[in-house]
Design a protein around this ligand. Structure first.
Ligand code: HEM
Length: 369
C-alpha cells in the first residue's frame, strides 16, 4: 500500500514509511539542534575574534558548557539528518528537475541546505576526531558555511510553511502490515541521536565517562590533564634562562621565575575547555595577571605571547578578563610545578575562555592602553 503523504516516485524506488509526517518531526528536531549549534558557534567565534562584542569573563564554566553543547548537538544531528534525508528521498526523484525560475530557486535552496548541513556535520566531526583530512583551515570555512546552513534552514522553513501548517496535528498515516510505522522510525532516529550524544559526552561530563565509548578524550594526560598541543608539536624546549618580558607604556620590565614565585600566589579551580568540546578541571596556582600590570582597570587589552609559531601561539586578554580575580599567570597545576607540556614555566589560565586561548610557555605580556 502506498502511504498517502508520499510524493510520486519511480516504480523501482522502494515504498517505505517516509514522507511529510516523519520529515516534519525530524525537521523540528534538526531545527533545534542546528540552532543550538549555530548560537554556541557564534559564542565561540566572538571569544576568538573579540571586536565590538565583548563577552563577560564569567561564569567560569560558561565556555565549557556552551562548547560542550555545540559539539554534542552537532553529533546528535548526524543520525537525525541521515533519517531526515532518507525520509524525503522520494522528493529528489520528482520531475521536472529544473523547470521555471521559481522551481530552480526552490531546488537551488534545497541543494544549498543539504550540502551545507552535511558539510558542517562531516567536517566538524573530522575536526573533533583530530583527522584533518580536508585541505583547508577549518575555523573560517566552518564559520562561513554555518551562516549558509542557518540561512538555508530559514528559507526552507518559509518554503515549507504551508506544508507544515497542513501536516501539523495530522495523525500518522497508516502503513502496510508488517512495515515499521513512522513513529517507530522517528523514535529510532531519536534513540540514535541520544546514543551518539551520550557515548561522545564522557569528555564533557565525567559522570558519562563509563559509557564514553566514542569520547575523544578519557581525561588522562600529564598531571591528570589532557594536552592538545605538546611542547614537541609546538617546537618549544625547556629554557633555563627563561624570563618574562612586560611591555607597557613604552618601557620593558623583565621578571625571572624566582621573582614571579616570590610574588603573592593565588589559586583558582578552572577548566581547560577545548574548542573540540572536551573540558577538564584543575587547580591552578600563580600570580594574578592584574597584579603584574600597573593600573589594570585602564588597560584596553593584553597580548600574551609565546615562542609557539602556530596559529594559537599568542592570545588577547580583554579588560574584563584581565580584572577577573581568577585570571592567572599560572606556575603550578594541581599542586605541582607545571610540566613542559602544560606550559612550563608559566601559562595563562583564565575563566570562560577557549583552551586554545590559554597560552602556554608565556614569554611576553604586551599591554595596550
Ligand atoms: C538541517 C535542517 C534540515 C534539513 C537538512 C532539511 C532537509 C529537507 C529536505 C532535503 C527536504 C526535501 C525538500 C524537497 O526536495 O522539496 C525537506 C522537506 C521538508 N522539511 Fe526539512 N530540513 C531541515 C529542517 C527542517 C525544519 C526545521 C522543518 C520544520 C520545522 C522542516 C520541515 C520539512 C517539511 C514539512 C518538508 C516536506 C516533506 C514532504 O513534503 O514530504 N525541515 N527537508
Amino acid at each position: 500500500m502506498k502511504p498517502a503523504d508520499l510524493v510520486p516516485r519511480p516504480e523501482w524506488y522502494p515504498d517505505r514509511p517516509r514522507g511529510g509526517w516523519l520529515s516534519l518531526r525530524l525537521g523540528m528536531w534538526l531545527g533545534i539542534t542546528f540552532t543550538a549549534c549555530f548560537v554556541t558557534g557564534l559564542v565561540s567565534h566572538f571569544h576568538q575574534h573579540p571586536g565590538p562584542i565583548q563577552l563577560p569573563a564569567g561564569p567560569v564554566w560558561a565556555y565549557a558548557v556552551s562548547q560542550g553543547i555545540h559539539v554534542t548537538s552537532g553529533i546528535a544531528s548526524i543520525p537525525l539528518l541521515a533519517v531526515k534525508l532518507w525520509s524525503v528521498a522520494p522528493r529528489f526523484w520528482q520531475r521536472p528537475l529544473v523547470g521555471g525560475v521559481l522551481r530552480m530557486l526552490e531546488r537551488g535552496s534545497v541543494l544549498v541546505l543539504v550540502a551545507s548541513a552535511v558539510f558542517e556535520l562531516v567536517t566538524g566531526l573530522l575536526n573533533v576526531a583530530g583527522w584533518y583530512a580536508f585541505g583547508f583551515y577549518f575555523p573560517p570555512v566552518h564559520y562561513a558555511v554555518a551562516w549558509l546552513a542557518i540561512g538555508a534552514i530559514a528559507v526552507h522553513v518559509a518554503v515549507q510553511l504551508p506544508k507544515v501548517r497542513a501536516l501539523w496535528g495530522q495523525p500518522e498515516p497508516p502503513v502496510a502490515t508488517g512495515e515499521l510505522n513512522r513513529r517507530d522510525v522517528f523514535r529510532l532516529a531519536g534513540l540514535g541521536a541520544v546514543v551518539a550524544a551520550v557515548t561522545t559526552a564522557g569528555d564533557k561530563l565525567p559522570v558519562l565517562r563509563p559509557v564514553g565509548l566514542l569520547s575523544q578524550r578519557s581525561g588522562a594526560g600529564p598531571q591528570g590533564l589532557p594536552v592538545n598541543r605538546s611542547a614537541v608539536a609546538a617546537g618549544v624546549a625547556f629554557d633555563p634562562d627563561w624570563q618574562l618580558r612586560l611591555l607597557d607604556r613604552g618601557a620593558e620590565r623583565v621578571l625571572s621565575l624566582r621573582e614571579l614565585q616570590a610574588m603573592p600566589q593565588h589559586s583558582a579551580l578552572l577548566p581547560i575547555a577545548c574548542v573540540e568540546g572536551w573540558n577538564a578541571w584543575a587547580v591552578w596556582e600563580g600570580v594574578r595577571l592584574s597584579e603584574l600590570i600597573a593600573d589594570p582597570a585602564h588597560v584596553v587589552e593584553v597580548t600574551v605571547r609565546s615562542p609557539d609559531p602556530g596559529g594559537y601561539g599568542a592570545s588577547r586578554v580583554s579588560t574584563r578578563t584581565l580584572n577577573h580575580p581568577d585570571t592567572l599567570l599560572a606556575l603550578r597545576l594541581n599542586g605541582e610545578q607545571l610540566s613542559l607540556d602544560h606550559g612550563f614555566p608559566a601559562r595563562l589560565i583564565a575563566p570562560n575562555r577557549p583552551g586554545a586561548m590559554q597560552t602556554k610557555w608565556v614569554t611576553t605580556l604586551e599591554v595596550r592602553r
